[in-house]
Design a protein around this ligand. Sequence first.
Ligand code: ZDP
Length: 278
Amino acid sequence: MAIKFTKYQGLGNDFILVDNRLNPEPVVTPEQAVKMCDRHFGIGADGVIFALPGENGSDYTMRIFNSDGSEPEMCGNGIRCLAAFLVDLEGGNSKSKYHINTLAGEIIPEIMPDGQIKVDMGFPRLLAGEIPTTLALKDEKVVNRPLEVAGKSWDVTCVSMGNPHCITFVDDVAAIELEKIGPQFETHSAFPQKTNTEFIQVVSSDYVKMRVWERGAGITLACGTGACATLVAGVLAGKCGRKATVELPGGCLQIEWSEVDQKVYMTGPAQKVFAGNI
Ligand code: ZDP
């Protein structure tokens, strides 16, 4: 059976988008997703994203499989790609704002006049029990707590954007041996659902550089939920203002943790690359 797909990328974080609007279950299995994401034997991507029918009054539901077949709750760059995909699918009937049901709650991407996509990413979750991490008591925040990884003590701040993130501020982000230490953070026993890990170099209170090791995907060029979690962590740790540019290997995202409604807003691009059948 052939499956129609469209490849999108947001700052080089790339996804295979599948039109799943007629079926409430993904038409691709996690095992097939792994093969599709393979960069040598498949299409190549960091994940597969499904546009499914809406639930509870939302326009659509988004589900995603990571390149290792695991299923994260949310995906920031991916939801911008999904919004661009929906505009394409709906043609003349498309909307400028979509209410998307995800495992992390309702997320609202909006297509801006300049083509950038601004996403209402909802509220960050800050308590150890909801991240989840065992680095503090369930109802405590985890800000600058020591974590032993690869024979070294790192000060970490943890934030959930629906999915778990562990943020570490470093002097030189280029010097981090991501491939070596990333997996040790991801699978550390302090993170029962594993974790995405971000290494951050603060250039100024409104500009930071980030490198990421993603849970279930490894090194990627960008991570939207990670950029959001980073800004929140920067505010908690007293290193950032409420609005900043996050520079990732694939480009920049604008992130704001609104003082008005306490939600996180992410603005960035999403582009179609090619379409095909597999
Ligand atoms: O939480 C996870 O398992 C992530 N690998 C999900 C994907 C996150 C993503 N890179 C993002 O932009 O938020 C898509």
